[in-house]
Design a binder for this molecule. Structure first.
Ligand SMILES: O=C[C@H](O)COP(=O)(O)O
Length: 357
């Protein structure tokens, strides 16, 4: 189950984050940058206050890719349960030198490498990270408040990152100016944790952590609305509503003919889904099944590469969507728009009860 990491500045904010339901207390000074470090004294005081109730992580700082400086910062924070190290923009060789220098330290403290979505992330480094004994890998953003993680990297790219990191045995995290509507979309990728700072404060990222905001995000991460549990699995007896995405056109590689390989053509997707009856009295994203989940599933399929048949696309999309127990039935239409005077394609309907769904 995905956990909530809350970035705090010290013992007082740690207490608010704990009361709000945070699972990992992450120490960071937002005034000093994306991975601004707090002093070893603040780290010690926070560990004392948290007193083992939750794991405590600490960032090493916004440091250049120089092994000695990074190792020194890591050693000074060895009391933390996790130490996060930023893979800031630099050459591949410089980053590799840092990773291999961290091998010894990784035997004594669990290290988490931080890729930056807006800082030339190189996910081919996941294998060297795992080989060096690094515990986890996460993605964050360097710039804050100017478009969050999902505006920098596609859901397909994030899904690829989480999948590859997990295959290598790395703990995975996603962060970067995340907001409430991002949560269900990112939960679908099943990272080990989602990280927040800005969405947990009363105002700007540098303002104080607010317990009520932590509680709201913690509820979303746990799959609950502020008013109670999320709507459960759909069944016809409940009465159903219909959510749709219509006429969503994307360029993609598709087709069984040779001339359809290595080129993109326009494909139109339309999806209707019968979902658990909505009851959104609190105007709360946590109470609904978001159409963003359908859009993300379509984009991820398109990004996955060449598909020979519209039928395969339609079946894969229906299968992916029906994994969510809030959906009872989906109708998926996939149309190729450039093969003739009009559209050609397929429309399928699959339901939860349908074994071929
Ligand atoms: O590690 C997580 C970060 O502190 C996230 O901060 P942010 O939500 O302000 O981007």
């Amino acid at each position: 189950m995905t956990k909530l990491l809350a970035s705090v500045t010290g013992p007082g904010e740690a207490e608010a984050a704990l009361s709000g339901g945070a699972d990992i207390i992450d120490l960071k000074d937002p005034a000093q940058g994306a991975l601004g470090a707090v002093s070893p004294e603040i780290l010690a005081a926070t560990i004392e206050r948290v007193a083992g109730r939750r794991p405590v992580s600490a960032v090493a700082g916004d440091l250049p890719m120089q092994p000695d400086a990074i190792l020194e910062a890591v050693r000074a924070r060895g009391a933390a349960d996790f130490v996060k190290i930023g893979l800031f923009p630099s050459s591949r060789d410089e980053r590799l030198a840092v990773i291999s220098a961290l091998g010894d330290a990784a035997r004594n403290v669990r290290l988490v490498a931080v890729f930056f979505a807006d800082g030339d992330p190189d996910f081919t480094l996941l294998t060297p990270l795992a080989e060096a004994g690094i515990h986890g890998a996460m993605i964050d953003t360097i710039e804050k408040g100017k478009g969050g993680l999902l505006t920098r990297l596609s859901v397909g790219a994030l899904s690829g990152f989480v999948g590859s990191a997990k295959t290598l045995g790395l703990m995975t995290g996603l962060a970067g100016s995340l907001e409430a509507p991002d949560v269900p979309r990112l939960l679908a990728l099943e990272p080990d944790y989602l990280g927040f700072r800005g969405a947990l404060t009363v105002g700007a990222r540098g303002d104080a952590i607010d317990e009520a905001r932590v509680r709201r995000i913690a509820g979303l991460v746990a799959g609950k609305s502020a008013a109670g549990a999320m709507p459960g699995a759909a069944s016809q007896g409940d009465g159903l509503d219909r959510i749709f995405v219509r006429d969503f056109v994307l360029d993609m590689e598709i087709g069984a003919y040779g001339y359809e390989h290595g080129r993109r053509q326009k494909v139109r997707f339309s999806v209707e889904a019968l979902i658990t009856r909505i009851d959104t009295r609190n105007d709360d994203i946590a109470e609904v099944y978001s159409y963003d989940l359908i859009i993300d599933a379509i984009r991820a399929l398109v990004e996955a590469g060449h598909t020979a048949l519209v039928e395969t696309l339609a079946l894969d999309l229906a299968g992916t969507l029906l994994k969510d127990s809030r959906l009872f039935e989906v109708t998926v239409r996939v149309e190729k728009l450039e093969l003739g005077p009009g559209a050609v394609g397929i429309e399928i309907r699959r339901s939860r009860a349908d074994p071929s769904g």
